[in-house]
Design a protein around this ligand. Sequence first.
Ligand code: NOJ
Length: 740
Amino acid sequence: MNLKVTIQFTAAFLTLGVFAQQPNYEAKVDSLMKLMTLEEKIGQTVMYGGGWDKTGPTVSTDNVKFIKEGNMGAMLNVYTAKATRDLQKIAVEESRLGIPILFGYDVIHGHRTIFPINLGMAASWDMNMVENYSRIAAEEASAEGLHWTFSPMVDIARDPRWGRISEGAGEDVYLGSEIAKAYVKGYQGDDLSKNNTILACSKHYVAYGAAQAGRDYHTVNMSEDELRNVYLPPFKATVDVGVETFMSAFNELNGVPTSGNKFTLRDILHDEWKFDGFVVSDYTSVNEMIPHGFAKDSIDAARIGMNAGVDMDMMGHLYRKFLKDLVAEGKVDEATINDACRRILLTKFKLGLFDDPYHYSDEKRQQETIYKPEFLKAAREAAAASSVLLQNNNNALPLDKTKTIALIGPLAKDEYHINGNWGGAGDRKGKSVSVFEGLQEFLKDNQIIYAKGCDIVKDDEKGFQEAIDAAKKADVVLLVMGEDHGMSGEAASRTNLKIPGIQPKLIKKIREAVPNKKIVLVLMNGRPLNLSEEISQVDAILEAWFPGTMGGSGVCDVLFGTYNPSAKLTITFPRNVGQVPIYYSMKNTGRPIPDNNPTQDYKSNYIDVPNTPLFPFGFGLSYTTFQYSDLKLSSNEIGMNDKLTATATITNTGTVDGYEIVQLYVHDRFGSITRPVKELKGFQKIFLKKGESKTVSFTISVEDLKYYNNENIFGVESGEFEIAIAPSSDFKFKHTFTLK
Ligand code: NOJ
């Protein structure tokens, strides 16, 4: 260490030591900021990548130089206790003030131990499980030096063409908001200064999931009431539980890119919601305001981004290069930069980085933490609890352990795609459990006849015959098919929702070859698929999404009935791509199809397929059956300050114990703006032994019935409401109440 560095280090160390003893973070930030130059403050608003993962276009950076100069406040795409410690050491010992770096990473559905993709986890409707899964992710990520995850993605998504539908909780506002809160609680825990809690990040703010035609990064135009009623609530929910960071999105919203959108970033996020954390841009999203046609050039983009409320520039080079001049020219207030810097420093204090900048980077803890047996056990349970049984004709499932099985399909032995698109730092080959390996736990080797059959996308039919022969030899055919992990996620939009490649053709050929055999299809994919043909060719369909590290075991637990499937879809499966967007909470139109005359002229219908989806929101089968009876309302009329209780009896009428996800729906029959035909307002996941009955009760208050009208007033109007307690969104209302 040279003299200059020694002096700097000593100064920084002393400075930090003094701050660490101060009780109040705000005061600590103030004291530190008094020592900072404008360049150093700007430095805190800059994030670059370590290059361990590619999560956007290549941007070349000079990380070590920037860290030493104090020109970099945060880093992404670098992890492990050692790598983060080495970089942190440069920041702490070799920059003038020794301010620690914040390390962020896309820990999306697990860090090392990979859980099912988020759309799959949502299908568990199990908030404890989601919270626990993000807690485990935080344990592992923090042990590898990470302070911050770019999760949860809380974008409501209703278009399965959009590849990122896989990263969210699906189409519903209420469920999406509950899940969003569970993620934040899991990641952030109850004390951010502990070294096993990490910052959560609500993304992508906002309306990114409404991209036109499902094409990623595409334009969004929507009314403010739709924005407020559908797309904003999950973000607000995360603010309510104290999320520390937000990420602005790539899309434009009503002509203004969301990374330069003062209305959403300042007026709503800060002024209305009082969010006190900081906002990071998405990867070069500030720069992208130029091709959007909103910023003239890079300088202009930096100005717009900072002024709009994007506190940190991810990978863009813009803040580092241009903010100082923009301040000199009076185009950005120094106070705006102070505010951004203050927010960022505050989170660093909250994380305890000024007490011990290395307290996350502990190699021993890393070794003891990642892939702990209890984490793997939780991942196995999550894989089972996320798998949705879509079809089970003649009780094709569960499988009988005494039979031989033809295991066929490009994903049957897969240990790679099974981790999904955002598989984080999870090891794939050699670590993840394939369905083949899962089966070996239940069957002897000679009971499994394996044939790959074909690839996911390539159209080579050479393997068909071997697969057909295997099907002929076995008692049961088990197909494991679906998408490649890269066919969903970012920049992975599709216009065709069929199972890709020649897999559908192989299914047909096998059905022709074994017309009377049981065929079970296990699907791995990141979006709703069009299964209109497959439903008549196979007996059972289990939607396993990409189930993660322990996926093969969890899926086999369901296949053999060790776990009675309980998951239900949080996204509608269309009959074909032409129905998209299709979701349960659509509007009625002025010409709905009459129940008693579905083909009546001049109605809002297609002439080639029904309006109904193939599988509705909230749907999923079990190995048992549940009966819903006795819906009772505490009153048929309530006043503005009253509460209504709705109860129903649910009975397990089948032969095995199981979980049931009971759903509460409401329909506001008329209002100053039209309301969706159904809205989920509550749910409970209950366990019922065979033959057992339980009374489930939900309480509704006026708060649950409020919405934004087209004057953007959040309120409720008196009138008639329909209400139901149902097993899925596919039901007809029979009960009403009046709000006086
Ligand atoms: C771009 C993605 O949109 C975002 O979700 C992710 O967090 C960043 N890249 C960082 O990798």
